[in-house]
Design a binder for this molecule. Structure first.
Ligand SMILES: C[S@@+](CC[C@H](N)C(=O)[O-])C[C@H]1O[C@@H](n2cnc3c(N)ncnc32)[C@H](O)[C@@H]1O
Length: 225
């Protein structure tokens, strides 16, 4: 690991808005904020949105700026990436932001039934040939259903055509209600509607900017679980 990455990795440990306790529920240990995020961390009763595979946390921080009456949590395994969003939230005094560093596979360790209201998944790894590892694959949807109420929204944004088609297949196969889809977000303003178009184009992630530079189309699927 490079010197700058190591420095961020160490610094992120000290951030009050980053949680990276790795617990093993089989040891009988429970993450203290599980079921208590609103009361003990956010100190309000506002709904919580989670950003999965958040990287630098552009959606977590961007949405938190736009919606002070909601809470936002970014989750990723990479601490040096989370550093960027967590640092921005601290510098801007955003009380409605937190980050969890761990694998999304363990998401139920951190949240209880119904604690998360909706889920953003911007530019997840597409895992070609390994469908079960995709963040919209059945094992992950099962986990999300254990932390979110029925009807919770999932917002998937991707440059990857195969992942886009896979998400639509999953929607069909499992009868998830489809709220919206777009093969090319930036040329679909009318179909997406003003509010959705704004959220999808005004907040751009690090990976999205890279993909736009090389002329990739950005796809979007919104469904409920
Ligand atoms: C392609 S990057 C996208 C990052 C960010 N969303 C963006 O658009 O810039 C995918 C991110 O997902 C994270 N990731 C992938 N699978 C994960 C998992 N199972 N648990 C936690 N993080 C994961 C990676 O660490 C990486 O930061």
């Amino acid at each position: 690991m490079g010197h700058r990455k190591l420095k961020k990795f160490a610094e992120v440990e000290s951030f009050s808005n980053v949680f990276q306790t790795h617990l093993f529920p089989e040891d009988g240990k429970v993450f203290p904020l599980k079921g208590n995020w609103k009361e003990d961390y956010f100190k309000n009763d506002n709904p919580i949105t989670i950003e999965l595979g958040c990287g630098r946390g552009e959606y977590t921080v961007g949405l938190a700026r736009l919606f002070p009456q909601r809470n936002f949590i970014g989750m990723d395994i990479k601490g040096a990436r989370i550093w960027k969003g967590a640092k921005a939230a601290i510098e801007e005094n955003l009380p409605n932001v937190a980050f969890v560093r761990n694998r999304i596979d363990f998401i139920e360790t951190y949240f209880t039934q119904g604690e998360i209201n909706d889920i953003w998944i911007p530019f997840p790894d597409p895992y070609p040939g390994k469908a079960q590892k995709r963040l919209v694959a059945p094992p992950f949807i099962k986990r999300y259903r254990n932390i979110a109420p029925k009807g919770a929204l999932v917002h998937l944004k991707t440059d990857n055509q195969e992942l886009y088609e896979y998400a639509l297949e999953q929607v069909n196969e499992h009868h998830y209600p489809l709220l919206c889809s777009s093969d090319n977000v930036y040329s679909d303003a009318e179909r997406l509607g003003a509010e959705r178009f704004r959220l999808l184009t005004e907040i751009q992630t690090y990976y999205e900017k890279l993909f736009l530079t090389i002329g990739s189309k950005i796809h979007y699927v919104e469904f409920s679980i």
